[in-house]
Write a new protein. Structure first.
Length: 206
């Protein structure tokens, strides 16, 4: 007898692995939707790409000596620190906002002018940090309510995304009140988590 559920989650696992999602996140979200571990294991196993041949070692290939690697690493770190200091001086670091808004109205108003602002949306134990600069919204979800399932918290906590938008089109839902169709233009780990949750919800109800 054909197992329709197995076929569907096999297809889902193959697509999400190919898209770059980790096996742990796929397993967590499928468990959340009520699929048993044996079906999930089977789906992940069938979705893994076949191992390819190991590349042959090239004889005589040059290798950096340890005493050369260490100075190069230090030089890179120093360059990054200098760049960070320059950007900070001119207020050009992403997420540094001139206006710290305490209300969503302040944040929406500033964002609609493509100005620099930040806003923390803290609702019932879920904290979302949002900032705008040059008509680009940056959003990070730092903490979910402790009552949320562990799988959901593992998927969403400490994720972020960036979303470009048109001047004058910003609204309160984009401050973290509602993850609607506007996130279609977003990219990042938070957007990936939302897409993944939607895909599994569709899979379970299909």
């Amino acid at each position: 007898m054909v197992d329709i559920d197995q076929i569907r989650i096999n297809s889902y696992a193959k697509k999400t692995l190919k898209a770059g999602f980790s096996e742990d996140s796929i397993r967590s979200i499928l468990r959340l939707r009520g699929f048993p571990d044996d079906k999930i294991d089977s789906a992940l196993s069938s979705a893994r790409p076949a191992p390819g041949p190991k590349p042959a070692a090239v004889a005589g290939s040059p290798r950096l000596k340890p005493n050369i690697i260490i100075p190069v690493g230090i030089l890179i770190v120093l360059c990054l620190l200098i760049l960070f200091m320059i950007l900070a001086k001119f207020n050009a670091l992403p997420g540094i906002a001139q206006t710290k808004c305490s209300t969503v109205e302040c944040f929406v108003s500033t964002a609609n002018q493509c100005g620099e602002a930040s806003y923390i949306n803290d609702v019932e134990g879920t904290s979302i940090y949002a900032s705008t600069r040059g008509c680009v919204l940056t959003m990070s979800l730092e903490q979910l309510n402790e009552t949320e399932p562990e799988e959901v918290r593992a998927l969403f906590e400490n994720t972020s995304m960036e979303c470009p938008y048109e001047k004058g089109s910003f609204n309160s839902s984009m401050a973290g009140n509602d993850f609607g169709s506007w996130i279609d233009n977003c990219s990042g780990t938070l957007a990936d988590a939302i897409y993944q949750l939607r895909a599994v919800a569709a899979l379970a109800s299909g």
